[in-house]
Write a new protein. Structure first.
Length: 447
């Protein structure tokens, strides 16, 4: 079961890491010079995140109502079809539409896979399982940049979408062996008005931010406010606001927004800078970022276990601050981007901070929700992380201007580090560790 959960999420994360290193090649073939090329690059990322972020809540409800196994299967098949459409896209707009369809399918994957873990494990075992899920899904960050960069350099950017298909096939074969004991919950239904308001509101806001059309941003914001108001009165809302009554769930999602917004912004800008300014090949840009992922693979399970034993608060406080220091260390980077002196030190520190953060953050948030709401709780947390990335990538044009150079890259580093530190401070202020009984403390001490 854990292997299926990991692979189902892996294919979604793999797509994100592969696409980042392919963006310059996509812009060269389907985009245009300057701002036009940057706009297409933003839309290739955000087209996926718009539908993923707005529909992942519905997917969480579907997994609770109709069964995690069934929803996972539908998501995997849809993801494979959409990936093929991306690979065959003849123009930029067609690619963006295909990416949006990919986001629809991707929305079905992560909440269902995490819900499988939450409903199967508890306590320290749950923290350890989430740590393993975090570590192994993090291998997508190793496979993605390395394999994707090689495919871009040796063949074509189109192959970065074809590589999703073998992972999907393997996952579908293993999924057939997973039991599906959960039954449908009578009386529940999909919140269609909520889904429409969220999707249209996010799309309008992101379109306005990328194209700098401020009335669209305002209209999107209004629709999102209406969405929240609708969720307060809906009989079966896609965003159950009652979940936010749990302190760790509410504050943890605020921290998630800051941390994952920083990850998306920093990763997007760093990848483009290494290729378009420093002259790295796609393969070199991907390989350059491997130390971060190796650190996560090596350390995430350990920190997930420790958070399950001692509580998540201090891990969620210290981790993002350390990660922010890592980005500030890259402030020495110039056009040469010397790897050993300007790139590697910051990536190593960032990788350590991220390893300290991610598994405890996930465990604290999902552990605060009732088991019956595991699907929708994981969906909310994943929606928050995706929407955070959606917003920060949409703001790249505002942060860096029309051209990415050393000065604009440094501005992006400051914003990224600031968001990470903010995530740590939010965790310090809001997260509370559950009180343990004397028996629990005695067992921990004996261990």
């Amino acid at each position: 079961m854990l292997v299926v959960a990991i692979l189902a999420s892996f294919v979604s994360f793999l797509d994100g890491t592969v696409v980042n290193v392919a963006l310059p090649a996509i812009a060269d073939e389907l985009g245009g010079p300057g701002a036009a090329g940057l706009s297409l690059q933003q839309w290739v990322v955000d087209g996926y995140l718009v539908t993923l972020g707005s529909l992942i809540l519905v997917a969480g409800s579907l997994s609770d109502v109709h069964g995690r196994k069934r929803v996972l299967g539908l998501g995997l098949v849809g993801f494979a079809v959409a990936s093929a459409l991306c690979a065959l896209a003849p123009t930029g707009p067609v690619l963006v539409v295909a990416r949006m369809l990919q986001g629809v399918a991707g929305a079905l994957l992560v909440p269902s896979s995490l819900a499988l873990i939450i409903s199967t494990f508890d306590g320290e075992a749950q923290g350890r399982a989430i740590g393993r899920w975090t570590a192994w899904t993090g291998t997508a960050m190793i496979v993605g940049p390395f394999v994707g960069g090689g495919l871009v350099d040796l063949a074509s950017w189109r192959w970065v979408f074809w590589i999703n298909l073998p992972v999907v096939v393997v996952t579908l074969v293993l999924l057939r062996k997973v039991p599906s004991p959960e039954a449908a919950v009578a009386g529940r239904r999909v919140d269609v008005p909520g889904a429409v308001l969220a999707a249209v509101g996010l799309a309008a806001a992101v379109f306005g931010l990328i194209e700098r059309i401020w009335p669209a941003v305002v209209a999107g914001g209004v629709l999102l406010v209406v969405f929240v108001l609708w969720e307060r009165r809906a009989r079966d809302p896609m965003l159950p606001l009652r979940l936010f009554a749990a302190r760790n769930f509410a504050w943890g999602n605020v921290a998630t927004f800051a941390v994952y917004g920083a990850l998306s912004l920093g990763g997007f800008v760093l990848t483009l800078f290494l290729q378009q300014v420093a002259g790295y090949s796609a393969t070199a840009a991907g390989v350059a970022q491997l130390p971060t992922t190796i650190a996560m693979l090596a350390l995430s399970t350990r920190f997930g276990t420790l958070a399950g034993r001692y509580g998540a608060r201090w891990f969620m406080t210290i981790g993002p601050v350390v990660a922010g220091v890592g980005y500030l260390l890259m402030f020495t980077m110039d056009e040469s981007a010397d790897y050993l002196t300007q790139v590697l030190p910051g990536l190593l520190v960032f990788g350590l901070g991220l390893s300290i953060t991610v598994a405890p953050l996930t465990a604290a948030i999902l552990g605060a929700a009732p088991t019956a709401d595991a699907g929708i709780a994981s969906a909310v947390n994943n929606a928050v992380s995706r929407v955070a990335g959606l917003v920060t990538v949409a703001l790249v044009g505002v942060i860096v201007g029309g051209t990415l150079d050393v000065d604009s890259f440094h501005r992006a580093l400051i914003v990224t580090a600031g968001l990470l530190v903010a995530g740590g401070l939010v965790s310090l202020a809001g997260i509370r560790d559950p009180r343990r009984s004397a028996g629990d403390r005695a067992v921990t001490g004996a261990a």
